[in-house]
Design a protein around this ligand. Sequence first.
Ligand code: NAD
Ligand code: TYD
Length: 337
Amino acid sequence: MKILVTGGAGFIGCNFIYYMLDKYADYEIVCLDALTYAGNLKSLTEALKNPNFKFVKGSISDKAFVDALFDRESFDVVVNFAAESHVDRSIENPFIFLETNVMGTACLLEASKKYGVKRYHQVSTDEVYGDLPLDRPDLFFTEDMKLITSSPYSASKASADLLTLAYHRTYGLPVTISRCSNNYGPYQFPEKLIPLMIVRALDDKNLPVYGKGINVRDWLYVEDHCKAIDLIIHGGIPGEVYNVGGHNEKTNIEVVKTVLRYLSKPESLITYVKDRAGHDLRYAIDPSKITAALGWKPETEFDSGMKKTIEWYLANTEWIDEIKSGEYAEYSKRIYG
Ligand code: NAD
Ligand code: TYD
């Protein structure tokens, strides 16, 4: 089995590569990544020592390059993680999100069709369903809900999902889609809530909480997401969408206070700042379809997942320092002052 993993130098992709190399000793994995600000080859240092793993630098939206790669490598399975993934950056500059998330997905789908890929898996997000109200805890995202997006990021991901399903219906391409809730864990770029708060708290910087901090996200430890994708590419039905999430809803302020507690830092670091434009109120996944169809269940509790995550950041200060020395400093200054 030869798998193309795109975006594997990013957070979830690199966790997926380690998970798969460890579980399947006879699988070959090729990672295609453009190494944008969010991609870090250092995250793949250990994988690069494995003879079954290969890294290729390039963009999923470079059609000729993608075609040549598929021609050369004859992939059985494609798992597309590559994306621009941060909502705040999509508010600043939507166009790169369309280029990568929509056109890049189109290039991969077209090459998958042309070269007879046996399974194309699109890694999507629960954000394609828009948001749920804060005062209706009985409501959850299900796979048959309409896609009503709020940010340029979620709109681009929803477009990619629709295109993926169109390739199934029109051309019979064997596709699957997973829509997962917010992930946390090792190697997450410190622009997202949890690593941002860890990194800033360690530097005794203020912790910027948008609005009142009452927005709710449904947090899943990254390894549980990797396990779900593994089950879907092996046993999922072509043309189907699977929601992935672990009924682990937390307000943002609860999450930030958890980080502070683990690091023994004072709550006085919390600073309420201007709310995000179009800020989604609540995400909450109903995972009953993937549980019934493929037996998936989240295995890592929030407390132990947070402990592992924080310990990883404490043990990998070099990884963080390298990020801080690049484009990140300018981004942080622009967004947080
Ligand atoms: P990330 O931003 O950490 O990593 C994205 C990776 O894609 C980076 O390595 C980057 O270099 C690469 N990339 C960007 N543009 C590229 C291009 N044109 N060609 C090739 N590579 C390119 O993202 P992540 O958090 O690991 O998310 C991975 C996927 O999972 C995304 O599709 C995202 O929408 C989805 N997702 C993320 C979450 C989450 O909580 N992080 C939740 C659900 C779904
Ligand atoms: P984020 O990690 O960007 O994920 P997403 O917006 O895709 O869910 O943000 C998670 C939540 O945390 C979201 O409600 C916005 C909030 N947030 C803050 O309050 N402050 C911050 O600095 C960031 C980055 C996010």
